[in-house]
Design a protein around this ligand. Sequence first.
Ligand code: PBG
Length: 324
Amino acid sequence: MSFPIQRPRRLRRTEALRGLVRETRLTTAGFIYPMFVCPGMNVRKEVGSMPGVYQQSVDQIVEECREVESLGIPAVILFGLPESKDPRGASSLAKTGVVQRAIEAIKAAKLSLLVITDVCLCEYTDHGHCGVVEHGEVLNDPTLEILAQQALSHARAGADIVAPSDMMDGRVGAIRTLLDGHKFENVAILAYAVKYCSGFYGPFREAADSAPKSGDRRSYQMDPANAREAIKEVALDLEEGADMVMVKPALPYLDIIRAVRERVDVPLGAYNVSGEYAMVKAAAQKGWIDEKRVTLEILTGIQRAGADMILTYHAKDVARWLKN
Ligand code: PBG
C-alpha cells in the first residue's frame, strides 16, 4: 500500500501529533555534566575556548553543583587541576587533592547528585601523558597500580562512580580488584571503553591543562578509522568488570554508538566532547547557527544513535530550554 493511502505527512501536521509519535524524547535524566576543579578559594576562571565552562575552586564547584541539581541533571564528572605535577602523577592520589576535596564537599553539602570521577594521569603528570613514560614510551603495566590507587582515593572520598579514561590495557580489572579489596564493591565503573585519538579534545586540554608535552596519544587511544576494534574494547572492559561503557567523542562516532548499543545490554554513555561544544558555541557567537536548535538536534542525534547517558557541557543550557 502506498500513496495516496499512505501519507506520512498526516502525522506531522501539528506539534501535538509530532510529539505523540516522537521516537526519541530528549531528557536531562541521562545527562552528566563535566566540571574542572582547581586549587584555591573563590576561583572561577572561564575557559577561553569553552564559553560557560570554568576552572573552579572547591567552594565554587559546590555552588555550581547546587544549580546543576536544581536543573534536574543527575550527575557530574570531575576533572582535577592539581597544585603540582610530577612524572608519575602522585598528586592524583592525595587525600587532600583537588578532586578528593571536591567530592567530600559535594557530599557534605547533602546534594543528591551522583559524583563521577575521571580516572587518568594526564592532568597530573609533568609530561602530560596518561601513563608512566620511560624512554619515550608510555608504559602500560606500571601505570595500572597508580590508576587503581587513584580510583581508590576517589572512592574513599565518596565517589559513586569512577570512570577510567586513560586507555591502558587491563585498568578496569586492576581498579575493580583494588576497590573490592577495600570493601568498595558498590562503587561502579563507567569505562571509557571506546576512546578515539581525537582532535576534538583540543579545548579540554586547555581546560584541564593536560596536553602532552611531546608526542601524541596514538599508542594508547584508538585509531579513528577502526570500528570492529571498538567492539573488542567493550568486550574486554566488560570482562574485566565494567558496569557501564562509553564511546568518545560522540558526533564523528554515531555509527560506533549504534554498533555498541546493538551488541551489549549494559548502560551506554557517549561523550559529547569539548571540541564539539566549542564549535557550536563559536558558530553561535558569530550568528551563523541557531544555538538552541543545533544543540537540541545534536543531543537528540546522540540519544537516537543509542546512548543512554550523555556527558555534555551543554547540559545546563539544555535543561533550561527543556523546562521552558
Ligand atoms: C583524559 C581525558 C580527556 C578527555 C576526557 N578525559 C582528554 C584526552 O584524552 O586528551 C576529553 C574530554 C573533552 O574533550 O571534553 N583524562
